[in-house]
Design a protein around this ligand. Structure first.
Ligand SMILES: [Zn+2]
Length: 283
């Protein structure tokens, strides 16, 4: 699933090609992926220009004239691309905006978990998903993070995946962040020491900034809108490297499950200690 750095890469590429362009028509080819606020009509988008493209967490926000916003969550396999309008639609194209200059913005999604929603800008504040979303990694404050962690009794890895603590992280970057700051994924959030919270905060900001600078990671399905690959996966220290030597100490990287998710870590650089959650008995 694309995480913040991959979505940011998509946003930057699309922004350069879409801002200023006009929408000539909107086509919903599969009703599962698209919804529209009951306060507006779908055809209000016809004739409007793109004014901006932004991101919040893993959500893309296409902005248009008339205060219209199309929010898009790519989920597992959703992706956008810009094509000639006359070109045959690829399989699994579920949504299309016809653009000026004989082009089209298409949303393809083989697994159909992606979600697009058209609404007015002022309605964004009442979307429950956005309301609960935590701060962006670059805007996370030490005090805010400490306060949010102090309320949680669960495992640190699970908290990083929960978008309310910090927005935009998924399985890859959560593992990389915890490796970078030397914290075991099963540590109980509320038992982190102040210095550890600060290390975590800077690791979140640094890992995400580095991944954005590389254009994200390509694992399985992710492609950017120019069908390119991200470049960050070659820098993964632990993610998907079970059994390989830790780049820092040479100990074998281990894989466990935390909150149902495959989790990679170095048992030596990220010691479990006595402040970890109890493991459920296996088998
Ligand atoms: Zn190590």
């Amino acid at each position: 699933m694309p995480e913040l750095p991959e979505v940011e890469t998509v946003v930057r590429m699309l922004r350069a090609r879409l801002v200023g362009r006009r929408v000539l028509a909107l086509r919903v080819l599969h009703p599962d992926v698209f919804s529209c606020s009951p306060r507006l009509r779908v055809d209000e988008l016809t004739g409007a220009r793109f004014t901006a493209l932004n991101r919040r967490g893993k959500l893309l926000l296409f902005e248009f004239e008339r205060e219209l916003v199309l929010s898009a969550h790519l989920r597992m396999t959703g992706h956008f691309w810009i094509a000639r309008r006359a070109a045959a639609r690829p399989a699994h194209t579920h949504f299309e905006l016809e653009l000026d200059r004989a082009q089209a913005l298409r949303f393809c999604d083989p697994r159909r978990f992606g979600r697009l929603r058209l609404l007015r800008r002022h309605e964004l504040g009442s979307e429950s998903f956005l309301r609960r979303l935590g701060p962006e990694p670059s805007e996370l404050s030490g005090a805010g993070l400490a306060q949010a962690l102090a309320r949680r009794r669960g495992a640190l890895k699970a908290a990083l995946l929960d978008q309310t603590l910090v927005a935009g992280l998924g399985n890859i970057y959560a593992d990389e962040i915890l490796f970078r700051c030397g914290l075991h994924p099963e540590l109980i959030c509320a038992r982190l020491r102040p210095a550890e919270v600060e290390r975590l905060r800077s690791a979140i900001a640094e890992v995400i900034a580095a991944a954005v600078a590389c254009g994200g990671s390509t694992i399985r399905d992710y492609r950017n809108p120019e069908q390119g690959f991200g470049g960050f996966q070659i820098r993964h220290a632990v993610f998907d490297r079970e059994g390989e030597p830790c780049p820092s100490c040479g100990t074998e990287v281990r894989k466990i499950r935390v909150g149902g998710r495959g989790t990679h870590f170095c048992p030596r650089c990220q010691p479990r200690g006595r402040r970890a959650v109890r493991r459920a008995a296996t088998n």
